[in-house]
Design a protein around this ligand. Structure first.
Ligand code: DGL
Length: 275
């Protein structure tokens, strides 16, 4: 293999900037690689949209990232990883990109939850779309049939975080209200099934209490990706290792810059694109 072919990127896609929190963790775990981040901010949030529209948007994102030299794409959005991911893997890739890989965040989070739970009672907080799709339930039951699953949609959390209110008293009150759903459910593990919720991890941990293990996707996805690349040398070998990270979004607002910094942990330079 010539050096020239070792120039591929790892693509990370999210409906908006929540996935930056996941990329931050991935880039920390695997700093040597090159990344392209795409946030579809012009059309976010996805959490309340229909499965069909989310699939169409995801196909466009996948096209953009593969055209821009990605070898593997991580769908960092839970809402996208629910239904669109399976259709992308089963219908779209075999037809258009038979040698490329697209992976999601649901399976890593589900595997980790099953590993961590001792009493087999797992809670999930997520967007409405994710909860309604039943995808977490499907994945968890596939790994461990018979497990008890309790899901709570938290539709106010994404807008409140996007309004920059993640540290406010109001957010804490809303969180307490949502998490009170789990009070009598005796869960010992809680999946934060939305890109944005990682920002609230400490608050959630405090409210949920010490007995409940919190499954936060950013750390898990980066660990699993590392493991995936170790097992898939045919992908790893073509990846560029120049520590480049290119950021793209479909709309550019000041909010992307300020919240982007919060989610990614440092200032980012974002380019606007049409996909
Ligand atoms: N990225 C989405 C998720 O993880 C949350 C934001 C949205 O609804 O688009 O489900």
């Amino acid at each position: 293999m010539t050096k020239k072919t070792r120039n591929k990127f790892i693509g990370v896609f999210d409906s908006g900037f929540g996935g930056l929190h996941i990329l931050r963790s991935i880039a920390r775990e695997l700093p040597e690689y090159n990344y392209i981040y795409l946030g579809d901010t012009a059309r976010a949030p996805y959490g309340t949209r229909s499965g069909e529209i989310i699939y169409d948007f995801t196909k466009q994102a996948v096209d953009f990232l593969f055209k821009n030299n990605c070898e593997i794409i991580i769908l960092a959005c839970n809402t996208v990883s629910c239904d669109a991911l399976r259709r992308i893997q089963r219908e779209y890739l075999p037809k258009k990109y038979p040698n490329k890989k697209v992976i999601g965040v649901l399976i890593p989070a589900s595997e980790e939850a099953i590993e961590k739970t001792k009493n087999g009672r797992v809670g999930i907080i997520a967007t409405e779309g994710t909860v309604l799709s039943g995808a977490f339930e499907r994945e968890l039951l596939k790994i461990q049939p018979g497990i008890k699953i309790f899901q709570k949609a938290c539709p106010l959390l994404v807008p409140i975080i996007e309004a920059g209110e993640y540290s406010s008293k109001a957010t804490e009150l809303i969180l307490k209200e949502y998490l009170s759903y789990f009070k009598n459910k005796n869960i010992d593990t809680l999946i934060l099934g939305c890109t944005h919720y990682g920002i609230l991890e400490n608050k959630i941990r405090k409210i949920a209490g010490k007995k409940i293990k919190i499954i936060s996707e950013a750390k898990i996805v980066s660990k699993k990706l590392k493991n995936y690349l170790e097992r898939h040398k045919e992908i790893e070998i073509v990846l560029g290792k120049n520590k480049i990270i290119n950021f793209y979004s479909t709309d550019l607002t000041n909010r992307f810059k300020t919240l982007g910094k919060k989610f990614f942990g440092k200032n980012i330079d974002v380019n606007k694109v049409v996909i």
